[in-house]
Design a protein around this ligand. Structure first.
Ligand code: PLP
Length: 379
């Protein structure tokens, strides 16, 4: 699989240029409103002294880092505000490769393709651990594969694309494996507000020097275009090389980005301070309702599918339909519904198609698929 050429934009372009009306369920861009306080924060920022239009501290606005640190129960010195979880993952993975003896990055299959693309770009040896039938990761398999050659194990829970949430036991064991191999567990938790199972457990809950947690406000505040995320590194007083990871990441962040957008950080801070849990509950309820509509319709199509415990995604396998780019184009042209080819996520779900339920037209999409497959496979 060529992970270095991301396919998202290719599929979205095809869908937007298709002749008929197409319901776009390709990428994970939320279609709902951000918290009200976020817009307020941005309006207010337009009127501040222009001195505040200049460089912020490279590691992020101090007050935002403090707010994140307080919420995550860590010292502020461990927090770097990044250009989304994308950059946070980059700092974590590149930092691990540089600091650890090994050159291997272990990921699951199906994988969030940017992990694999980035690992390739960084010259890492990539090892994939297939998930089980229902999408869960067996940490014991990771233990069997990991070794002193391993620099990082990269996981994501709640998971894109499989929609599973890893339980506490899995997270604990993964941290333990990372510790035993002198590696780092990189735990990408961007969908933490979208856990419907109640099982979500942050890697921060396991005390260890061997973990870096990444996150962002892209999904939780419906602002993928704002580019505000963060990484939480081990404390500086942890043994070398773990204790040096934050410092190395600060340098890398400074040299590549200088800093993250100041108005965006200020507005996110305002939103954090003035948004209650009901905002996130409403977003979860909306998504659960969509999952219900979509999966109920899939039942009628004869498809196999994943029933999400978390995140935005349903993977489906339709009878006699594959998960290639060509299959997805065919479904766009014939049924007017666009998903992501399963093959873009690796080998183990190459026959599947991933649908992102971030469209107000999810119910209509479900109906279209239902009608399309009603008479058996129309191919
Ligand atoms: C698992 C995962 N990590 C990271 C990202 C990117 O997040 P950000 O927009 O904060 O860079 C995504 C986006 O879809 C994602 O699904």
């Amino acid at each position: 699989m060529d992970y270095e050429t991301p396919q998202f934009f290719r599929v979205m372009k095809y869908a937007s240029e298709a002749e008929g009306d197409v319901i776009d369920m390709v990428s994970g861009n939320p279609d709902w409103e951000p918290p009200e306080a976020l817009r307020e924060g941005l309006y207010e920022y337009a009127d501040v002294d222009s001195g505040q239009f200049q460089y912020p501290p490279s590691v992020g606005l101090t007050a935002l880092r403090e707010e994140i640190a307080a919420r995550r129960g860590v010292d502020r010195s461990r927090v770097i505000v990044t250009n989304g979880a994308g950059e946070a993952n980059h700092l974590a993975m590149s930092g691990a490769l540089e600091a650890m003896d090994g050159n291997e990055i272990i990921m699951v299959d199906p994988v969030y393709p940017y992990y694999a693309g980035r690992a390739g770009m960084l010259g890492a040896d990539r090892t994939y651990v297939p998930v089980d039938e229902d999408g869960h990761l067996d940490a014991g398999t990771v233990r069997d594969l990991a070794s002193k050659e391993t620099a990082a194990i990269v996981v994501n829970s709640p998971n894109n694309p499989m929609g599973v949430t890893y339980g506490g036991d899995t997270i604990e064991e993964l941290v333990d494996v990372a510790e035993d191999c002198d590696a780092v567990l990189v735990s990408d938790e961007v969908y933490d507000h979208f856990d419907y199972s109640g099982k979500f457990r942050s890697a921060l809950s396991v005390d260890s020097p061997s973990r870096i947690v990444t996150n962002s406000f892209s999904k939780s505040m419906a602002i993928t275009g704002w580019r505000v995320g963060y990484a939480i590194f081990p404390d500086a007083d942890r043994p070398v090389p773990y204790g040096d990871l934050a410092d190395a990441a600060r340098t890398r962040h400074m040299l590549t980005n200088v800093a993250t957008s100041r108005p965006a950080q200020a507005a996110v801070l305002h939103a954090l301070e003035h948004t209650g849990p009901e905002y996130h509950e409403a977003a979860r309820d909306r998504m659960e309702e969509r999952i219900d509509h979509f999966t109920t319709a899939l039942d009628e199509t004869g498809a196999e599918y994943t029933d999400p415990e978390g995140s935005f995604y349903v993977m489906a396998r339709f009878p006699d339909v594959g998960g290639t780019l060509e299959d997805v184009k065919w479904l766009i042209d014939e049924a007017g519904v666009a998903g992501m080819p399963g093959e873009a996520f690796g080998e183990s779900r190459a026959d599947w198609i991933r649908f992102a339920l971030v469209s107000p037209r999810v119910e209509e999409a479900a109906q279209r698929l239902d009608e399309f497959f009603a008479e058996g496979n129309p191919r």
